[in-house]
Design a protein around this ligand. Structure first.
Ligand code: COA
Length: 261
């Protein structure tokens, strides 16, 4: 059961669902929703019954239509910078650096902070009706929750600059062609697709999953040598019980039973 005002949450067979639930405002991220998201993520990261997380939006129109414009309408530069810094730390970087896999199930508009939320997740799946964009320049702003960095890494500089400079939305199919989303399915199949993918991931060795996320993240962290990070994390895997179990199961021609140890 959910204890939040702007989120619905539940855990089912190791998958924690976080549904952003401000349907009247197309699930726009206000301050309270961001604070609740941090709490929901923190709880899920520290709950050993949770293997992975799916984030989606309530209703059939929007994943998240951006940061709540009404809340920052009167901000100055100091407040604007503070808003972005807090968001990065508490939600967007927090998601990217999670040791549990997080999938964004994009069920409609994913705009501005909404697309940035999806970009922070490890994997993105979109429904056919989804529309994605970074329309901040239409408001006299630029993306402030990591969009200029994560979109560029994912789709390349040319496509990222076109999306950011025009502010125009792209369709789910275009997002698929750009490599922005991994799969496009009907809205009806969206959550099933996300769950099926996450179940495959969760059948693998949990400590290896954590290390894989850390090593991949290291590829885009300034001042971190990703190859060195990979070498160290690879080495550490050999000391895990899961590695022994994986190898035993391989030679025993049976399915491994990983314990995350
Ligand atoms: N912040 C605050 N409120 C938002 C919002 C946002 N990012 N996005 C939508 N809403 C609100 C609207 O103000 C409206 O509220 P109201 O019914 O009280 O007037 C409600 O959600 C429904 O949106 P509406 O614009 O009427 O729906 P639409 O179908 O005509 O248009 C969009 C849908 C997504 C194209 C349009 O809402 C939009 O452009 N939203 C802003 C997107 C954006 O710029 N995001 C980046 C912010 S940095």
């Amino acid at each position: 059961m959910s204890m939040f005002e702007n989120l619905l949450t539940h855990t089912e067979s190791g998958i924690h669902h976080i549904i952003i639930n401000r349907a009247g405002k197309l699930n726009a991220l206000n301050r309270d929703t961001l604070a609740e998201l941090h709490t929901a993520l923190y709880d899920a990261f520290n709950n050993e019954k949770v293997g992975g997380i799916i984030i989606t939006g309530a209703g059939d129109r929007a994943f998240v239509a951006g940061a709540d414009i009404a809340e920052f309408a009167s901000f100055d530069s100091v407040k604007g910078e503070e808003l972005a810094r807090r968001g990065h730390k508490n939600v967007f970087d927090f998601i990217e650096n999670s040791n549990k896999p997080i999938i964004a199930a994009i069920n409609g508009f994913a705009l501005g902070g909404g697309l940035e939320l999806a970009l922070a997740c490890h994997i993105r799946i979109a429904s056919e009706n989804a529309k994605m964009g970074l329309p901040e320049v239409t408001l006299g702003l630029i993306p402030g929750y990591g969009g200029t960095q994560r979109l560029t890494r994912l789709v390349g500089r040319g496509r990222a600059l076109e999306m950011i400079l025009t502010g125009d939305m792209i369709t789910a199919q275009e997002a698929y062609q750009f490599g922005l989303v991994n799969h496009v399915v009907s809205q009806y199949d969206l959550l099933t697709k996300a769950e099926t993918l996450l179940r495959v991931i969760l059948s693998r060795a949990p400590l290896a999953l954590q290390s894989a996320i850390r090593a991949v993240n290291a590829s885009s962290q300034q001042g971190v040598n990703g190859f060195e990070e990979e070498i160290e994390l690879f080495g550490q895997c050999f000391d895990t019980a899961d590695f022994k179990e994986g190898v035993d199961a391989f030679f025993g021609k049976r399915k491994p039973e990983f314990r995350g140890k």
